[in-house]
Design a protein around this ligand. Structure first.
Ligand code: 13P
Length: 248
């Protein structure tokens, strides 16, 4: 059986709780789908009201980040226990904005991936290269390195159930979507890397998304590529357009 597509919105730091509920309600009728898993990844403070708003629909909720401890003196952080109890089934780990602005290292992200699994939360692990790296021709080596470091100690069974998002940094928020060929090349390399570290069965099962300026016009072609199993959508996930992306 083929892999089920998964389209997730990453709302980033954009919606107040009131706005988040309104957006969720606008999107509920538009993102109905029997064929695609739909996830709203929302700011921590929006999790509880959005989980409530989407109850009884096909939409699942994810966190945009979490810390590596269950509880304690970590002022300002949010724990896996908290997001799980609030109703999150997913968590984005290692978004390039976390890596860049908050200095999250691969070793730290590896701990986060482990923690998510300990609590039965599915990680959406992000990777991606800068424009300089792409122009220097080191994209595939860089992505392989990120994946290998972030997945240390993670079992094949766990990897089979997770989501990896390939998000070239130069395509995020720039309106410059990677071509389907560029995106497919890297997603295929990620799958081959999983096959190398684990086995063919695990590589066949892991779902790999593309992210970076996905919109209603580019989604269909991207999601039709053999190694692209859906998308992680930023800007367009805050609009009715997200419905067209889900129903590409
Ligand atoms: P944009 O879709 O706004 O380019 O953002 C992509 C992204 O970073 C999703 O995580």
């Amino acid at each position: 059986m083929g892999r089920r597509k998964i389209v997730a919105g990453n709302w980033k730091m954009n919606m107040t709780p009131t706005e988040a509920v309104a957006l969720a309600k606008t999107l509920i009728p538009l993102v109905k789908s029997d064929d695609v898993d739909v996830v709203f990844c929302v700011p921590a403070i929006d999790i509880v009201p959005v989980v409530e708003a989407v109850k009884g629909t096909n939409i699942k909720v994810g966190a945009e980040n979490m810390y590596i401890e269950e509880k304690g003196a970590f002022t300002g952080e949010i724990s896996p226990l908290m997001i799980k109890d609030a109703g999150c089934e997913f968590v984005i780990i290692g978004h390039s904005e976390r890596r860049e602005y908050f200095q999250e290292s691969d070793a730290f992200l590896n701990q986060k991936v482990k923690k998510a699994f300990e609590h039965g939360i599915t990680p959406i692990l992000c990777c991606g290269e800068t424009l300089e790296q792409r122009e220097a021709g080191v994209t595939l080596d860089w992505i392989r390195l990120q994946i290998k470091s972030d997945l240390q100690g993670i079992t094949a069974e766990q990897v089979s159930s997770m989501v990896i998002a390939y998000e070239p940094i130069w395509a995020i928020g720039t309106g410059k979507t990677a071509t389907s060929e560029q995106a497919e090349e890297v997603c295929k390399a990620i799958r081959e890397t999983i096959c190398e570290i684990y086995d063919a069965d695990t590589a066949e099962k892991v779902r790999i998304q593309y992210g970076g300026s996905v919109n209603a016009k580019t989604a269909a072609e991207l999601f039709a590529m053999p190694n692209i199993d859906g998308g992680l959508v930023g800007g367009a996930s805050l609009k009715e357009e997200f419905g067209s992306i889900v129903n590409y």
